[in-house]
Design a binder for this molecule. Sequence first.
Ligand code: NAD
Length: 498
Amino acid sequence: MQEELRMVTEPVVVQAIINGERVDTEKRYTRENPANPEEIVGYGPVNTREDAVRAIDAAAAAFPAWAQTPLRERIAHMRRAIARFREAIPELVPLLSREHGKPVYDAQGEMFVSLAWMDYACDIAEEALAEKVEQHENGKTIITRDPMGVVAAITPWNYPLALSTIKIAPALIAGNTMVLKPSPFAPLAVSKAVEWMAGEFPAGVLNMVHGDADVGVELTTNPKVAKIAFTGGTKTATHIMKSASDTIKNMTLELGGNDAALVLSDFDVNDERAMRRLVISNFLTTGQICMIAKRVYVHRSIYDAFVEKYIEAANKWIRVGDAFHPDVTIGPVNNLPQVRHVERLIEDARSRGAKVIPLGRILDENVFAKGYFMQPTVVLGAGYDDPIVVEEQFGPTVPVLPYDDEEQGIQLVNNSIYGLTSSVWGEEEHALRVARRIEAGTTMINTAAVQGLDIRYPFGGFKQSGIGREYGVEGLLGYTELHVINVPKVGELPNIPE
Ligand code: NAD
């Protein structure tokens, strides 16, 4: 993924896509560069509920023919759409970095994950969606995987391309049509990608509208929508579940996390690479990842040595600056409300007596002062129930807390309304034993967050971190209904009177 970048500095204008047409609006919203909020990176359309209705109608009209299109042809359309996405990467990477704030290497990583998943979904589709025929003593049963209809996909700002393509590929391959609504906090690169991809499908198969809760409400209440694929905050999901309940929609919900890293007594604090992986798993994408390690529990026997080495490793790896600075590892926070949320949690921890230690290096003080930058911090001495520990911070700060025995450590990890991912650090067999007791959709050993992600396996949360799974075969089957066709030999109940 080392293509030349094609930087466009004029503001980019993106539109809605409804029934194969790009649709503009008179009013537009702006998206600024979080590293320099005076710089407008682009404009998006201000769509209304009526626009959402038109997009849903187009998707509903396109559904019957698309569902009847042979699977191989649908896969071929998707492969062409992926090729368009791939060609666009030199333009998408800098655009994503500018609208989001994430460093270029991080934006490239997002492209890589998006492509890997879409390719994989194409590769596995024929086997995963094949109908099964069973001959048995009572005749024959055929089980098919049918598409559901119109999928409303609603995505967040932190990984806008990865979290949209994670839905587009399986939903469309399985024969559904879609209306996607990206987040207004990072709408530009994903809209460009969807615009190019949509051209490779019949009109109406892949639509997109912009907006926030206003448009979202239409997508989640409209009776023509069969399934909601949502990634975002747990609180937003409670609104969505209520909206969707009147028409009993199918849902996949990928929600918040407060993922824990549990460091066992036999973790080697002098293993510099492991320590670096842990730091990265706390601060990659400025901590704005659902699956980032957001609280670290360390066995008391190694706590002091751990903290010393952790701070050393963090100071080495963390270099805060503009996405295009050659030495940058961490960019700004994506938006001001998020900065305020993280600041509030840090201030609260400080007011309760915790020590907040700044980490890393600021590459350019002038750049830093202008943008939505925050100096990354580690919080020591927080209480187990303090908001910085129990709430999802989704930003560049992490509490590190000691625990006394393993039982307590496991309890602390599991004592959360969330259960997205987790990690255990220490001797492998020991860590594996502990991992089996953790309540989370994924547990990683001696690594964490996207470093340990494998798109071939299902991803999703326990408890209030979500419902259903994305990635893996399950991530494709989640867009299908099981349809059982019985051809019994007799077909009558024996005890029914003539
Ligand atoms: P958010 O919940 O504020 O917004 C997500 C999307 O929902 C946006 O497109 C937004 O416009 C839309 N929306 C808001 N209100 C709505 C409503 N009432 N009806 C319909 N749609 C509505 O989340 P965010 O701030 O964009 O993203 C951060 C959150 O996402 C964090 O909690 C993070 O953990 C979570 N997340 C989860 C995963 C995962 O895979 N589990 C991945 C990434 C992010």
